[in-house]
Write a protein that binds this ligand. Structure first.
Ligand SMILES: [Zn+2]
Ligand SMILES: [Zn+2]
Length: 190
């Protein structure tokens, strides 16, 4: 399990690191995105580096967050923005953790609250919950209709505000889609 912790943009201090996306070297002085990750093999987080154009396609949300706080000049910024938007639209960006919202890839999963199937292509909210599987607890994803979330906070494991904060941070959909899902979630609590 790899957990993203912090993202940073900086000029490569040497030419020794290679890009995690394309596996090629990152030239000294070139801007790179560092994603702080913690793996199961080590207690100390380590940095994984990516060329910015590579990160735009593979880690658009991480790159966007880092760009927002980077104060230096970023060459080809418009191209990066376009590539990030494209990657998010294509849905090839993996969610950053639970909770998140995405479109249901099949119509098989049932909503934990109303027990109705979540239609294929409809937005759903995914949360991680603890399930007792015959004597030991296992963490497993569960799905909810956006408008069913407020009634099912026991599986969400926190307040509605915390859920919304997580959904904003972790989801890989466009801002307009996200605003729509959030208003559905909030509408369910009314
Ligand atoms: Zn690369
Ligand atoms: Zn439901």
């Amino acid at each position: 399990m790899v957990r993203a912790m912090a993202n940073v943009i900086e000029e490569a201090k040497s030419g020794r690191a290679s890009c995690r996306t394309c596996k090629k070297a990152i030239a000294k002085g070139e801007l790179r995105l560092g994603v702080e990750t913690q793996t199961q093999f080590s207690d100390t987080p380590s940095m994984q580096w990516h060329h910015l154009p590579c990160a735009a396609g593979k880690l658009p949300a991480e790159l966007k967050e880092a760009l927002d706080t980077y104060e230096g000049e970023v060459p080809n910024r418009a191209e990066l923005d376009a590539a990030m938007e494209e990657a998010i639209k294509k849905g090839n960006a993996k969610p950053g953790g639970f909770p998140y919202t995405d479109r249901a890839p099949t119509g098989r999963a049932k909503c934990m609250e109303c027990d109705e199937p979540i239609e294929k292509g409809a937005f759903r909210v995914a949360v991680e919950r603890e399930v007792d599987t015959g004597g030991f607890m296992r963490r497993t994803p569960g799905y909810l209709h956006p408008q069913c979330v407020a009634a099912n906070l026991e599986n969400v494991g926190g307040s509605l505000d915390e859920l919304l904060e997580g959904v904003r941070k972790n989801s890989r959909i466009t801002q307009g889609e996200l605003d729509g899902v959030i208003s559905d979630i909030e509408g369910g609590g009314a």
